[in-house]
Every structure is written in C-alpha cells, then in structure tokens.
Design a binder for this molecule. Sequence first.
Ligand SMILES: Cc1ncc(C[n+]2csc(CCOP(=O)(O)OP(=O)(O)O)c2C)c(N)n1
Length: 322
Amino acid sequence: MEASKETLVDLYKTTLRVRLFEEKVWDLFSQNLIPGTVHLYLGQEAVAAGVCCALREDDWVQSTHRGHGHVIAKGADTKAAMAELLGKVTGSCKGKGGSMHITEFSAGVLGATGVVASGLPIAVGAALSAQMRGTKEVVACFFGDGASNNGTFGESLNMSSIWNLPVIWVVENNLYAMGTPIKMACPSKDIAIRADGYCIPSEVVDGNNAVEVYEAVAKAVSRARNGNGPTLIECKTYRHKGHSRFDPAKYRPKEEEAEWLGRDAVEIIQAIAINNGALTEETAAEIRSHLQKEMDDAAEYAKVSEYPSPETALDDVFTVVS
Ligand SMILES: Cc1ncc(C[n+]2csc(CCOP(=O)(O)OP(=O)(O)O)c2C)c(N)n1
C-alpha cells in the first residue's frame, strides 16, 4: 500500500510532533518539573507515526512504559498529555497516571504500563471485543524486543492466531532491553521469525523510516479489518537517549550509536516528502514552527495548571465488591 502525498505530509507532521513533544519533555524533566522517571521515545518516532497514520480514529493502540510517542501519534491533545506528565489535574488522567501510565482513551489509547509485556494480553482482549462487537476496529500493540522474551508474548500471539483476531503486533526492536543487548537475549537475527511458530505472517522493516513502517502496517490493517487475522511487524530502531532518567547508555558501542544517530527519523521522512513533491523546504519549516509553538503552549499550560487536591486521591479508584 503505497503512501500518497497527503500521507507523506501526515507522516512528517506526526513524526515531528512526537519528536518536538519529547524534546520538550526532556527539557522539563531536566528542570525537575516531572516527578518520577521518564522513558523517552526520542529516536523511535517513525514507528509510532507509521503505525498510527495507518490506523482509523476508532482503532486502538496498546502502549508500553515508553509510551508518550504512541499517545501523541494517535492524536492525543498535547496540553493534556504534558499536564499529565507534570502530575497536574488538567492531565489526561487527572495527573494520577504520569509518564508510565499516560493514556488518552478518547483518542483510542487503551493505556500504557510499567509491567513489561503486560500490554499484549490486553490487546488480545480488546481485539476479541472488537471482533465480537463486529466493529471492524483493529488494535495495534506496541512492545519492545525485551518484551518478546516474556511468556505473555507466546500466549498472546497464540490466542490471536487461533481466534483470528484483528491485531497488529508491533515489535520496536531498539536493540537493547535496559542494558541487555538483543544479541545476548535472542538467538535469531530477527524477532519476526518467532511469528512463524504461531502461523502469523510477519515483516521486518526499517523502524526509522516512517514510510516503510506505514506501508507494512497498512497492509496488516487491511488483513485484520477483512477478518484475516493478526500480523507481526518488527521495526528495527534505536533510542537517542539511555533507557530512562539519567542512564548515559555507556554500554552502547560508539560506532553503533554514530551509525544509528546518523539515520534520523525526522530527517528521513522530511527528505522523502520533499523528494516526492509533498513538501518544500519552506512548508516543512512552517509545519515545524507551528508544531514548536504547540509544544511551547502545552508546556506553559502544564506548568500553570494546579496539582490535584488531596481530597480527590481516592476518586476514580475502582474496587470489585463481591
Ligand atoms: C515484568 C517486568 N520485568 C522487568 C521489568 C524491568 N524493566 C523495565 S523496562 C525493561 C526493559 C524492557 O525492554 P524492551 O521491552 O525492549 O523495551 P524498551 O525499554 O527497549 O523500549 C525492564 C527489564 C519490568 N518493568 N517489568
């Protein structure tokens, strides 16, 4: 499914929107304005952009601990997302979720989670629900290379296959699970071949190229929507920063870093869009300055918003009474 000029502009805007959001997050985090920790999505923007641009508004995404990019790419309001990270009452979870539980249900985000690989079974449930309701909605489930070594990976892929569920399994292979290189944790060159064991078709793409991601996901979405079941797409990518907080990522070889940082997701989609006549240098710069203002406004909004009052601490907490 080839990307149209309109889609190329969309991919550029979404990739850049995520990049500028994350740069602003890093800036605010460095000023100690964000409590807890953050797992930045810087470097991996083309994955979220390529996936979310291939989805409909009423489709769903399941996120991870590295979730800001997924939420923003799916169309969440940047002000509410930024306020959430600062723990403010105007945040999308009223300031009670923060970075690792950021979500925006109204934009189709099922949730983010700090428990590695716990999103996969949730995606199975959401896809089963869509199938039973006959809505033709699909679910894209993001997870890392590390998560693919967790038991829920096998259980979820198996169920999605036998029940023919409308799921797109998106592995963001950024080569490391914290400080553990993928080579030490996975015997094969690609994670994608594991899908064969569950009779699920798979594809390996350049995760820094939003067009490649989009085209693979668009095919998978069409299969899922037409009742032909799940697909697994492995996106090879790289994070610009360490795993979280102040991890300087000293375990990564310098040559490897230089090679990946030289293949920047924003620069790649900008060059493709310009070469295809979808953008000019001028229109690309206009979009950038518009998006930069959006992020500056979002940060200001988050800073001046109030913290939730202590009396509301137990609001929205659910218990099952039997
Ligand atoms: C069940 C579980 N085990 C371990 C951890 C600690 N932990 C947090 S992130 C992480 C690495 C995850 O790697 P990956 O799935 O590749 O995602 P990435 O951080 O690279 O985006 C680990 C082991 C956890 N949060 N949950």
